[in-house]
Design a binder for this molecule. Sequence first.
Ligand code: UTP
Length: 406
Amino acid sequence: MNYEQAEKKLAEWNQSHVLQYFDELTEAQQADLLAQIEETDFSALNCIHETGSPRGVFSPLAAMELDEIAARKDELYNAGIKTIQEGKTAALLLAGGMGTRLGSSHPKGMYDIGLTKPRYIFECLIHNLLEIVEASGTWIRLFIMTSEKNHDETVAFFEEKDYFGYRKDRVVFFKQSMAPCCDFDGKLYMEEKGRISTSPNGNAGWYSSMLRAGLGAILEQEGIEWINVFAVDNVLQRICDPCFIGATVLADVGVGAKVVRKAAPDEKVGVMCLEDGKPSIVEYYELSQEMMDAKDAKGDPAYNFGVILNYLFRTAELDKVTDDKLALHVVKKKIPYIDENGEPVSPQEPNGLKFEQLVLDMIHQLSSCLPYEVVREHEFAPIKNLTGIDSVESARELLKQNGVEL
Ligand code: UTP
């Protein structure tokens, strides 16, 4: 794209200020900015006043609970191990987020939660996956999604740590797509004189970003039928858990979702359910009193299982989940920018909007879902904050309870 074309595109979106410092840039910076203007999809800016589409009619979705899992343990385990050994299962680590709440400028997975020795978040996750590699005798294909902001640092860290013992040729990194950031009136922020502010486009960006990176070929060549997608910040989770894989495969559903029993009816977690008859997640603030009081056949709360961002997707169904079918969610965030004098500003309060696609919208496109119960104290130690709830502190405590030396 040349200057005139960029100028025209920006004018159409009322964003001409993006070229304000063009003359001060080096030739390479000018070329980068023109390329960014060409690549960026500004249509997200149309959504700034959207409050989300109305939700449908919710109904409960039964989970496979612990007692059933225990009774069928051998059957589920054998089915899962077989699926892994046939090379049909891959793992996909979502590590494109900014981890802003942790207050570190490095990728979240590089955070060291060790006490007496280094114990990085990435290391905990790889360690968990290596247990399954050992049990199955199979090097599971591992995809790691990064973003433009943390890609180089993440790859360099894995190299430096020798992939924490994982087989390097079984790991593929790819970058997720970015979305532009703007102020509350829709004016794009600039993070540098030659760069529009952008942020990763949300945790549902993984499938389309993976295809854009050309990785559909690996799925096909290796005959991968299931992808276990998991978040970077849950250091206790089991990845490619054979019983979970076996249960999902045998249930013949579009997606399996690991869930934990809620601690209280009003706990702040998204709950697996049906919406207009299709799998969905109802947010805690959308639960009516009537839904909180509803009971299942056993007399237990009917909306009782919260999601922990650990899903097993059937690849054959993923074509239903391309970018254009997923809603954009508008999120208020603190966005660093340069002001009209070209000075960098790090806001202390949210000063603008970013746009994200969320995995819950992905789930809703799929035909069917099996919620699969896991024990919270054994599999759920998310690290969102430095202290307090879902923090480095609480995760350390849970790791210790589970016999992990820190
Ligand atoms: P969160 O939604 O908690 O976001 O991520 P975050 O970026 O880690 O943290 P905050 O809110 O900025 O503090 C849930 C999971 O989804 C991934 C994250 O890396 C984490 O594993 N994620 C999130 C992405 O991969 N890309 C995104 O655009 C957003």
